[in-house]
Design a protein around this ligand. Structure first.
Ligand code: ATP
Ligand code: PRP
Length: 471
């Protein structure tokens, strides 16, 4: 028991959850970082369960993946059963006292334990040295909390890809529309790290995080670069006062005599990879990065830094803290993107198909935002003659051109065509202008409705993706 407590304490150092008590019936931890500093021997000792068996070993076989997942979902409160992994298809149990050393470091790991007499550590098969069946499900990482979380879920919902989360405290969910897809809620930085390490295949995060945590990795492919939310820029800011009062550009900042080898420009940032690269590429000589994660705007006034490199959207936080951006100081423009692992798209069954469907739906939805359908009637002798009139107006050409159909009515017992119905899509911003132009060429009875999707023949991004994958 003491040892198990100790494991839990150990794991909780890395877990997203608060430290659980030993009395909790079940807690699972998604270990966020490498756990190579956990005492391997301790873990091995804790795997003291006659139920935790190597898959190829003899006695008491580990429950198969499907059963294990089922067990997790339908866990009885009084259950003393050992609970296995969240997704066993790519993991194996390490057997107690198997004599096998746990290789280290390993990039990620899921730990499950219960209050029964057993605890189990599940390690990625790739590092356990045991044979593993391929992970079957494709995994999509979504922000677990923070400013991107709600908008990500809303966007997916608007694409008819609603995420179904059975329990808000669970980090796993699914999208019923996309079979064979698991959704994992993670912090944005971890999403990118896990795509790189192969624990996730796809993710929705800010482009800033892709660039910072991706560190130029060739495995990361931005599949959709403009999901339409989370817009911000990564920008250098300096005080408005003191020695910086007359400094308005990066060039001027670099030429300030104050910065020397002994006393470099100190830049506080959570984006040290991008920041250092940026300053280096611009030949900035004496600069030193100091790493901080939040409330950076306070640091210059505290005197602990000269400049900051942080995300800016409205600019209010900078202004309120007497800081200013400078010309040439924007390191990156960012918004939410769909990112994927090149390896997964090439190798993992279903990953490319799921990506295609997501991309189609995202593009169709995003294309339809701000566009409305306008339907009007117009008197005329033929569809061609009406088309001539409609196309004479610059705002009435629609996506490809107007759809014009005859409106049949009965006069003196005969079916005649005096009117034609015109259907065009116009940007919402240009709606009023379009209605005026329609009227000027004889349009009447104008109906306007919102558009949900615009599907084109083939999405340009899909073609680009295939070519990037060499397909
Ligand atoms: N003004 C802004 N400030 C910070 N992030 C912004 C801003 N506007 C948009 N974003 C986007 O939101 C993301 C940050 O979201 P959030 O603050 O939830 O991240 P986080 O990783 O949870 O932060 P942390 O872990 O540091 O608390 C950024 O990576 C960026 O893409
Ligand atoms: O230009 P603005 O609209 O003012 O936004 C910029 C601020 O927003 C972010 O902070 P956040 O609110 O995420 O808190 P944090 O400092 O803890 O990251 C960012 O780090 C800036 O401080």
């Amino acid at each position: 028991m003491a040892k198990r407590q100790s494991l839990i304490r150990h794991c909780s150092l890395f877990s997203l959850d608060p430290v659980p008590t030993i009395y909790s019936r079940l807690r699972y931890f998604h270990v966020q970082q490498d756990i190579h500093d956990i005492d391997n021997k301790l873990i091995a000792t804790l795997c003291n369960s006659n139920r935790a068996t190597q898959p190829n070993g003899g006695e008491s076989p580990t429950p198969p993946p499907a059963a294990a997942r089922h067990t997790l979902r339908s866990l009885q409160p009084e259950s003393q059963e050992m609970i296995t992994s969240l997704d066993l298809s790519s993991f194996f149990h390490a057997r107690a006292f198997s004599g096998r050393a746990f290789p280290s470091p390993f990039s990620s790991c899921t730990v499950c334990c219960s209050t029964g007499n057993s605890s189990t550590v599940v390690v990625p098969s790739a590092v356990s040295g045991l044979e593993s069946p391929e992970r079957k499900a494709v995994r999509l990482g979504l922000p677990s909390k923070g400013r991107m979380a709600d908008e990500t879920l809303n966007l997916l919902k608007n694409c008819q890809l609603s995420v179904r989360q059975l329990n808000p405290r669970q980090y796993i969910a699914d999208i019923p529309q996309l079979s064979n897809l698991e959704v994992w809620f993670q912090r944005p930085k971890d999403i990118v790290r896990k795509i790189k390490s192969g624990d996730l295949d796809l993710g929705i995060v800010g482009y800033d995080i892709v660039c910072e945590c991706g560190e130029g990795s060739n495995d990361l492919i931005v599949v959709h670069e403009a999901l339409g939310f989370g817009a911000c820029r990564l920008s250098i800011a300096i005080p408005q006062y003191g020695i910086f009062e007359k400094i308005h550009s990066l060039y001027e900042l670099s030429k300030m005599p104050q910065w020397t080898k002994e006393r470099p420009l100190r830049v506080e940032s959570g984006f040290s990879y991008l920041g250092q690269k940026f300053f280096k590429e611009r030949g900035f000589e004496h600069v030193k990065f100091q790493r901080s994660e939040g409330a950076l705007e306070a640091y210059p006034a505290m005197g602990t830094t000269d400049a900051i490199l942080d995300l800016v959207s409205s600019g209010t936080t900078l202004r309120e803290n007497n800081l200013k951006e400078i010309e040439g100081g924007v390191v990156l423009e960012s918004q939410a993107v769909l990112v994927a692992s090149r390896r997964s798209l090439n190798m993992r069954k279903g990953a490319l198909e799921i990506t295609h469907e997501m991309l189609e739906r995202l593009e169709a939805h995003l294309r339809a935002i701000g566009v409305v359908t306008v339907v009007a009637n117009m008197r005329g002798n033929s569809a061609e003659e009406v088309a001539e009139r409609v196309l004479s107006q610059p705002s009435l050409s629609g996506l490809q051109g107007p759809t014009i159909s005859p409106v049949f009515c009965k006069r003196d017992g005969k079916v005649v065509v005096d009117f034609f119905a015109i259907v065009i899509c116009v940007p919402q911003k240009e709606l009023y202008k379009s209605v005026q132009q329609l009227r000027s060429v004889g349009g009447s009875g104008v109906l306007v409705s919102d558009l949900t999707y615009i599907f084109e023949e083939e999405t340009p991004r899909w073609r680009r993706l295939l070519s990037e994958l060499g397909l």
